[in-house]
Design a binder for this molecule. Structure first.
Ligand SMILES: [Zn+2]
Length: 389
Protein backbone atom coordinates (compact mmCIF):
# COMPACT_ATOMS: atom_id res chain seq x y z
CA UNK A 1 0.00 0.00 0.00
CA UNK A 2 1.18 3.50 -0.77
CA UNK A 3 -0.23 6.99 -0.38
CA UNK A 4 1.61 8.23 -3.44
CA UNK A 5 1.37 7.09 -7.07
CA UNK A 6 3.21 8.27 -10.17
CA UNK A 7 0.73 9.85 -12.57
CA UNK A 8 2.33 11.08 -15.81
CA UNK A 9 5.64 10.85 -13.94
CA UNK A 10 4.42 13.15 -11.16
CA UNK A 11 4.20 12.09 -7.52
CA UNK A 12 0.51 12.29 -6.70
CA UNK A 13 -0.86 12.06 -3.17
CA UNK A 14 -4.16 10.19 -3.31
CA UNK A 15 -5.71 11.71 -0.22
CA UNK A 16 -5.33 15.35 -1.25
CA UNK A 17 -6.96 15.02 -4.68
CA UNK A 18 -10.45 16.37 -5.38
CA UNK A 19 -13.08 13.64 -5.97
CA UNK A 20 -13.05 14.51 -9.65
CA UNK A 21 -9.27 14.20 -9.97
CA UNK A 22 -9.31 10.96 -8.01
CA UNK A 23 -11.84 9.49 -10.48
CA UNK A 24 -9.46 10.38 -13.32
CA UNK A 25 -6.59 8.68 -11.52
CA UNK A 26 -8.71 5.56 -10.98
CA UNK A 27 -9.45 5.46 -14.71
CA UNK A 28 -5.78 5.87 -15.63
CA UNK A 29 -4.81 3.15 -13.16
CA UNK A 30 -7.26 0.74 -14.81
CA UNK A 31 -5.35 1.35 -18.05
CA UNK A 32 -2.14 0.56 -16.12
CA UNK A 33 -0.90 4.14 -16.57
CA UNK A 34 -0.26 4.89 -12.90
CA UNK A 35 2.96 3.53 -11.38
CA UNK A 36 4.15 2.66 -7.89
CA UNK A 37 6.87 5.24 -7.03
CA UNK A 38 9.36 2.73 -5.66
CA UNK A 39 9.08 -0.25 -8.06
CA UNK A 40 7.82 1.69 -11.10
CA UNK A 41 5.34 -1.15 -11.73
CA UNK A 42 1.68 -0.44 -12.58
CA UNK A 43 -0.39 0.66 -9.58
CA UNK A 44 -4.03 0.10 -8.76
CA UNK A 45 -5.88 3.08 -7.28
CA UNK A 46 -8.08 1.74 -4.50
CA UNK A 47 -10.15 2.78 -1.52
CA UNK A 48 -10.85 1.25 1.83
CA UNK A 49 -13.39 2.15 4.47
CA UNK A 50 -11.86 3.02 7.79
CA UNK A 51 -13.04 4.83 10.89
CA UNK A 52 -16.13 6.31 9.25
CA UNK A 53 -14.20 7.61 6.25
CA UNK A 54 -12.60 6.44 3.03
CA UNK A 55 -8.86 5.90 2.75
CA UNK A 56 -7.41 6.13 -0.77
CA UNK A 57 -4.24 4.28 -1.63
CA UNK A 58 -2.20 2.62 -4.37
CA UNK A 59 -0.96 -0.95 -4.56
CA UNK A 60 0.51 -3.35 -7.10
CA UNK A 61 -1.97 -5.34 -9.18
CA UNK A 62 -2.68 -8.75 -7.64
CA UNK A 63 0.24 -11.12 -8.14
CA UNK A 64 2.47 -8.40 -9.59
CA UNK A 65 4.39 -7.18 -6.56
CA UNK A 66 8.06 -8.18 -6.79
CA UNK A 67 9.31 -11.06 -4.70
CA UNK A 68 10.18 -10.02 -1.17
CA UNK A 69 8.14 -6.84 -1.48
CA UNK A 70 6.32 -6.32 1.77
CA UNK A 71 4.34 -3.20 2.32
CA UNK A 72 1.26 -3.91 4.28
CA UNK A 73 0.29 -0.74 6.01
CA UNK A 74 -2.74 -0.46 8.23
CA UNK A 75 -5.36 2.21 7.43
CA UNK A 76 -4.44 3.74 10.79
CA UNK A 77 -0.83 4.10 9.66
CA UNK A 78 -1.91 5.72 6.41
CA UNK A 79 -4.28 8.08 8.23
CA UNK A 80 -1.45 9.27 10.50
CA UNK A 81 0.95 9.76 7.62
CA UNK A 82 -1.58 11.71 5.61
CA UNK A 83 -2.61 13.88 8.59
CA UNK A 84 1.05 14.79 9.19
CA UNK A 85 1.65 15.48 5.51
CA UNK A 86 -1.39 17.74 5.19
CA UNK A 87 -0.51 19.67 8.36
CA UNK A 88 3.06 20.34 7.18
CA UNK A 89 1.97 21.39 3.69
CA UNK A 90 -0.55 23.75 5.26
CA UNK A 91 2.27 25.32 7.29
CA UNK A 92 4.29 25.79 4.12
CA UNK A 93 6.91 23.27 5.24
CA UNK A 94 8.24 21.21 2.31
CA UNK A 95 7.27 17.54 2.76
CA UNK A 96 7.04 14.43 0.59
CA UNK A 97 5.15 11.28 1.44
CA UNK A 98 7.02 7.98 1.16
CA UNK A 99 10.26 9.53 0.06
CA UNK A 100 13.86 9.05 1.11
CA UNK A 101 17.54 9.30 0.32
CA UNK A 102 20.27 6.77 -0.36
CA UNK A 103 19.15 3.30 0.75
CA UNK A 104 16.12 4.25 2.83
CA UNK A 105 12.64 5.58 2.48
CA UNK A 106 10.69 7.37 5.21
CA UNK A 107 6.95 7.74 5.70
CA UNK A 108 7.51 11.45 5.21
CA UNK A 109 10.65 13.27 4.18
CA UNK A 110 10.61 16.88 5.34
CA UNK A 111 12.70 19.55 3.66
CA UNK A 112 14.14 22.63 5.33
CA UNK A 113 12.32 23.36 8.62
CA UNK A 114 13.11 25.03 11.92
CA UNK A 115 14.20 21.63 13.23
CA UNK A 116 16.74 20.60 10.58
CA UNK A 117 17.59 20.99 6.89
CA UNK A 118 16.02 17.56 6.42
CA UNK A 119 13.96 15.32 8.67
CA UNK A 120 12.63 11.79 8.26
CA UNK A 121 9.29 11.10 9.93
CA UNK A 122 8.37 7.52 10.75
CA UNK A 123 4.98 6.45 12.02
CA UNK A 124 5.33 3.16 13.86
CA UNK A 125 2.03 1.55 14.82
CA UNK A 126 3.13 -2.08 14.84
CA UNK A 127 5.63 -3.31 17.38
CA UNK A 128 9.28 -2.65 16.61
CA UNK A 129 12.23 -3.69 18.74
CA UNK A 130 14.46 -1.03 20.25
CA UNK A 131 17.30 -2.55 18.22
CA UNK A 132 15.39 -2.04 14.97
CA UNK A 133 14.50 1.53 15.94
CA UNK A 134 18.19 2.15 16.60
CA UNK A 135 19.27 0.62 13.29
CA UNK A 136 16.76 2.53 11.22
CA UNK A 137 17.65 5.77 13.00
CA UNK A 138 21.35 5.16 12.38
CA UNK A 139 20.71 4.43 8.71
CA UNK A 140 19.11 7.85 8.28
CA UNK A 141 21.74 9.57 10.41
CA UNK A 142 24.39 8.24 8.01
CA UNK A 143 22.68 10.33 5.34
CA UNK A 144 22.77 13.29 7.73
CA UNK A 145 19.06 13.13 8.41
CA UNK A 146 17.55 12.85 11.91
CA UNK A 147 14.35 10.88 12.44
CA UNK A 148 11.15 11.86 14.21
CA UNK A 149 9.55 8.69 15.56
CA UNK A 150 5.83 8.70 16.21
CA UNK A 151 4.73 5.53 17.97
CA UNK A 152 1.13 4.37 18.26
CA UNK A 153 1.32 3.62 21.96
CA UNK A 154 3.76 4.08 24.81
CA UNK A 155 4.44 0.35 25.08
CA UNK A 156 5.93 0.26 21.60
CA UNK A 157 8.72 2.78 21.97
CA UNK A 158 10.94 0.20 23.62
CA UNK A 159 13.90 1.55 25.52
CA UNK A 160 15.51 4.31 23.52
CA UNK A 161 18.75 5.67 24.89
CA UNK A 162 18.81 9.32 25.87
CA UNK A 163 21.69 10.00 23.48
CA UNK A 164 19.62 8.82 20.54
CA UNK A 165 16.47 10.58 21.72
CA UNK A 166 18.18 13.95 22.16
CA UNK A 167 18.77 14.37 18.43
CA UNK A 168 15.96 12.14 17.13
CA UNK A 169 12.60 13.14 18.64
CA UNK A 170 10.43 10.33 19.99
CA UNK A 171 6.71 10.78 20.64
CA UNK A 172 3.56 8.75 21.15
CA UNK A 173 0.38 9.72 19.29
CA UNK A 174 -3.08 8.24 19.85
CA UNK A 175 -4.82 9.80 16.85
CA UNK A 176 -3.88 11.19 13.42
CA UNK A 177 -4.63 14.66 14.85
CA UNK A 178 -2.11 14.08 17.67
CA UNK A 179 0.48 12.99 15.13
CA UNK A 180 -0.10 16.13 13.05
CA UNK A 181 0.25 18.39 16.11
CA UNK A 182 3.51 16.66 17.11
CA UNK A 183 5.08 16.85 13.64
CA UNK A 184 4.07 20.50 13.29
CA UNK A 185 5.57 21.36 16.69
CA UNK A 186 8.84 19.61 15.82
CA UNK A 187 9.14 21.22 12.39
CA UNK A 188 8.32 24.67 13.74
CA UNK A 189 11.05 24.28 16.37
CA UNK A 190 8.62 24.40 19.30
CA UNK A 191 9.02 20.85 20.54
CA UNK A 192 11.94 20.30 22.90
CA UNK A 193 13.82 17.58 24.73
CA UNK A 194 13.09 17.98 28.43
CA UNK A 195 16.25 16.80 30.23
CA UNK A 196 14.82 17.89 33.63
CA UNK A 197 17.99 19.88 34.43
CA UNK A 198 15.92 22.83 35.60
CA UNK A 199 14.73 20.77 38.59
CA UNK A 200 18.24 21.06 40.06
CA UNK A 201 17.09 24.35 41.59
CA UNK A 202 13.66 23.58 42.98
CA UNK A 203 12.43 25.96 45.71
CA UNK A 204 11.62 24.19 48.99
CA UNK A 205 9.58 25.16 52.05
CA UNK A 206 10.61 23.68 55.42
CA UNK A 207 8.05 21.79 57.52
CA UNK A 208 9.38 21.85 61.08
CA UNK A 209 8.56 22.71 64.69
CA UNK A 210 10.65 25.03 66.86
CA UNK A 211 11.32 23.15 70.11
CA UNK A 212 12.12 25.11 73.31
CA UNK A 213 14.03 22.37 75.04
CA UNK A 214 14.10 21.96 78.87
CA UNK A 215 17.91 22.30 78.61
CA UNK A 216 17.46 25.85 77.33
CA UNK A 217 18.33 25.03 73.73
CA UNK A 218 16.12 26.12 70.84
CA UNK A 219 16.09 23.83 67.84
CA UNK A 220 14.01 22.79 64.85
CA UNK A 221 12.47 19.34 64.79
CA UNK A 222 12.42 18.54 61.04
CA UNK A 223 9.47 16.80 59.38
CA UNK A 224 10.31 17.43 55.77
CA UNK A 225 10.19 19.80 52.83
CA UNK A 226 7.54 20.85 50.35
CA UNK A 227 9.26 20.87 46.96
CA UNK A 228 7.63 23.46 44.70
CA UNK A 229 8.06 21.53 41.46
CA UNK A 230 5.13 23.50 40.04
CA UNK A 231 7.34 26.60 39.93
CA UNK A 232 9.77 24.83 37.62
CA UNK A 233 7.28 23.41 35.13
CA UNK A 234 3.54 22.90 34.75
CA UNK A 235 4.29 19.20 34.15
CA UNK A 236 4.69 18.77 37.92
CA UNK A 237 2.90 19.65 41.16
CA UNK A 238 4.17 20.40 44.70
CA UNK A 239 5.46 17.33 46.57
CA UNK A 240 6.07 16.66 50.27
CA UNK A 241 9.32 14.87 51.07
CA UNK A 242 9.38 13.46 54.59
CA UNK A 243 12.55 13.23 56.63
CA UNK A 244 11.11 10.93 59.33
CA UNK A 245 9.06 8.23 57.57
CA UNK A 246 8.77 6.77 54.06
CA UNK A 247 7.76 3.59 52.28
CA UNK A 248 8.45 5.04 48.83
CA UNK A 249 12.16 4.34 48.63
CA UNK A 250 14.46 1.58 49.88
CA UNK A 251 12.89 -1.19 47.81
CA UNK A 252 16.01 -2.49 46.11
CA UNK A 253 17.69 -5.81 46.75
CA UNK A 254 20.96 -4.86 48.39
CA UNK A 255 20.62 -3.90 52.05
CA UNK A 256 23.32 -1.23 51.88
CA UNK A 257 21.87 0.29 48.70
CA UNK A 258 18.39 0.34 50.26
CA UNK A 259 19.71 2.13 53.31
CA UNK A 260 21.62 4.69 51.25
CA UNK A 261 18.50 5.44 49.20
CA UNK A 262 16.45 6.06 52.34
CA UNK A 263 19.15 8.25 53.87
CA UNK A 264 19.39 10.30 50.69
CA UNK A 265 15.61 10.70 50.66
CA UNK A 266 15.51 11.82 54.31
CA UNK A 267 18.44 14.19 53.75
CA UNK A 268 16.58 15.76 50.85
CA UNK A 269 13.53 16.22 53.09
CA UNK A 270 15.73 17.81 55.75
CA UNK A 271 17.56 20.20 53.43
CA UNK A 272 15.19 23.15 53.62
CA UNK A 273 14.86 22.79 57.42
CA UNK A 274 18.65 22.97 57.70
CA UNK A 275 18.73 26.14 55.62
CA UNK A 276 15.98 27.64 57.76
CA UNK A 277 17.76 26.78 61.05
CA UNK A 278 20.93 28.48 59.79
CA UNK A 279 19.01 31.53 58.68
CA UNK A 280 17.31 31.96 62.08
CA UNK A 281 20.35 30.97 64.15
CA UNK A 282 18.70 28.04 65.94
CA UNK A 283 19.82 24.43 66.23
CA UNK A 284 18.57 21.53 64.22
CA UNK A 285 17.63 18.05 65.45
CA UNK A 286 20.33 15.36 65.40
CA UNK A 287 19.12 12.50 63.19
CA UNK A 288 18.94 9.01 64.68
CA UNK A 289 19.97 5.93 62.72
CA UNK A 290 17.41 4.81 60.15
CA UNK A 291 15.33 1.76 61.09
CA UNK A 292 12.34 0.00 59.54
CA UNK A 293 9.18 -1.84 60.50
CA UNK A 294 6.55 -3.52 58.37
CA UNK A 295 3.55 -1.42 57.48
CA UNK A 296 0.08 -2.53 58.43
CA UNK A 297 -3.05 -1.07 56.91
CA UNK A 298 -6.29 -2.12 58.53
CA UNK A 299 -5.96 -5.80 59.34
CA UNK A 300 -4.02 -6.58 56.19
CA UNK A 301 -0.34 -7.26 56.60
CA UNK A 302 1.17 -5.51 53.61
CA UNK A 303 4.75 -6.48 54.08
CA UNK A 304 5.77 -3.02 52.93
CA UNK A 305 8.81 -1.67 54.72
CA UNK A 306 8.31 1.68 56.39
CA UNK A 307 11.60 3.43 57.03
CA UNK A 308 11.87 5.81 59.93
CA UNK A 309 14.24 8.26 61.58
CA UNK A 310 13.75 10.47 64.63
CA UNK A 311 15.53 13.60 65.87
CA UNK A 312 16.94 14.71 69.21
CA UNK A 313 18.07 17.96 70.84
CA UNK A 314 21.56 18.90 69.54
CA UNK A 315 22.52 20.11 73.05
CA UNK A 316 21.14 17.51 75.50
CA UNK A 317 20.22 14.63 73.14
CA UNK A 318 16.67 14.31 74.50
CA UNK A 319 13.99 13.29 72.01
CA UNK A 320 10.52 14.83 72.24
CA UNK A 321 8.76 11.45 71.98
CA UNK A 322 5.36 12.72 70.79
CA UNK A 323 7.00 14.11 67.66
CA UNK A 324 8.42 10.75 66.60
CA UNK A 325 4.83 9.58 66.14
CA UNK A 326 4.55 11.86 63.15
CA UNK A 327 2.44 14.76 62.00
CA UNK A 328 -1.06 15.77 63.09
CA UNK A 329 -3.55 13.95 60.85
CA UNK A 330 -5.13 15.58 57.85
CA UNK A 331 -2.94 18.67 57.57
CA UNK A 332 -2.65 19.95 54.00
CA UNK A 333 1.15 19.99 54.12
CA UNK A 334 1.41 21.03 50.48
CA UNK A 335 -0.26 24.32 51.48
CA UNK A 336 2.31 25.06 54.18
CA UNK A 337 2.75 28.88 54.29
CA UNK A 338 6.34 28.91 55.65
CA UNK A 339 8.64 30.94 53.35
CA UNK A 340 10.87 29.15 50.85
CA UNK A 341 14.20 28.50 52.59
CA UNK A 342 16.42 27.18 49.81
CA UNK A 343 16.51 25.40 46.47
CA UNK A 344 17.22 21.68 46.17
CA UNK A 345 18.06 19.20 43.44
CA UNK A 346 14.71 17.40 43.12
CA UNK A 347 15.62 15.13 40.19
CA UNK A 348 15.85 11.98 42.33
CA UNK A 349 12.19 12.19 43.37
CA UNK A 350 10.57 13.26 40.10
CA UNK A 351 7.83 11.11 38.64
CA UNK A 352 8.26 12.70 35.20
CA UNK A 353 10.95 11.33 32.91
CA UNK A 354 13.24 13.11 30.50
CA UNK A 355 11.56 12.99 27.10
CA UNK A 356 10.40 15.08 24.16
CA UNK A 357 7.52 17.45 24.78
CA UNK A 358 5.37 19.31 22.29
CA UNK A 359 5.38 22.57 24.24
CA UNK A 360 6.41 24.02 27.58
CA UNK A 361 3.65 23.90 30.16
CA UNK A 362 3.73 27.17 32.08
CA UNK A 363 4.82 26.90 35.67
CA UNK A 364 2.34 28.10 38.26
CA UNK A 365 2.27 29.52 41.76
CA UNK A 366 0.80 27.26 44.45
CA UNK A 367 -1.77 28.52 46.92
CA UNK A 368 -1.00 28.37 50.63
CA UNK A 369 -3.12 28.39 53.77
CA UNK A 370 -3.14 31.34 56.18
CA UNK A 371 -0.51 31.40 58.93
CA UNK A 372 -3.34 31.33 61.47
CA UNK A 373 -4.64 28.05 60.05
CA UNK A 374 -1.12 26.59 59.89
CA UNK A 375 -0.67 27.33 63.60
CA UNK A 376 -4.08 25.88 64.48
CA UNK A 377 -3.66 22.70 62.46
CA UNK A 378 0.06 22.06 62.72
CA UNK A 379 2.02 24.04 65.32
CA UNK A 380 -0.40 24.03 68.29
CA UNK A 381 -1.36 20.32 68.20
CA UNK A 382 2.35 19.38 68.17
CA UNK A 383 3.19 21.83 70.98
CA UNK A 384 0.38 20.55 73.17
CA UNK A 385 1.45 16.95 72.52
CA UNK A 386 4.93 17.80 73.82
CA UNK A 387 3.51 19.64 76.82
CA UNK A 388 1.32 16.67 77.79
CA UNK A 389 4.13 14.14 77.46
ZN1 LIG B 1 17.91 19.99 74.96
Amino acid sequence: MACVGLVDGCRTVASVLSDEDWKKVVKLSKCRQVLMPDTKLPAQAKTRRWNGGITRYFSHFPGESPEGYTNTESPEHIAMKVAIYKALVELGIPAELEDGLDDWRADILVGDSAFAPRLAIEVQISTQSAQRTYERTEQRNRSGVPTLWIFGSAGQTGVISEDLARSNPVFVANTPQDAAVIASAVCRGQAFFDDLLQYQKTPARPVALLVNCACGGRWLYPFGSVLLLNRISGETAPMFISCFSTSKVGKGLLATARMRAVERYFDLGMSSVKASAEKYGVGIGQPSKVWHRYGRFGSLETGIRVWERSYSCPACASTPEPLTRGLPKGVALLMCPVPVATTVDARSVLTVKSCWRVYRKDCWVESVMSERRWKDEFIYPLRSAIAQA
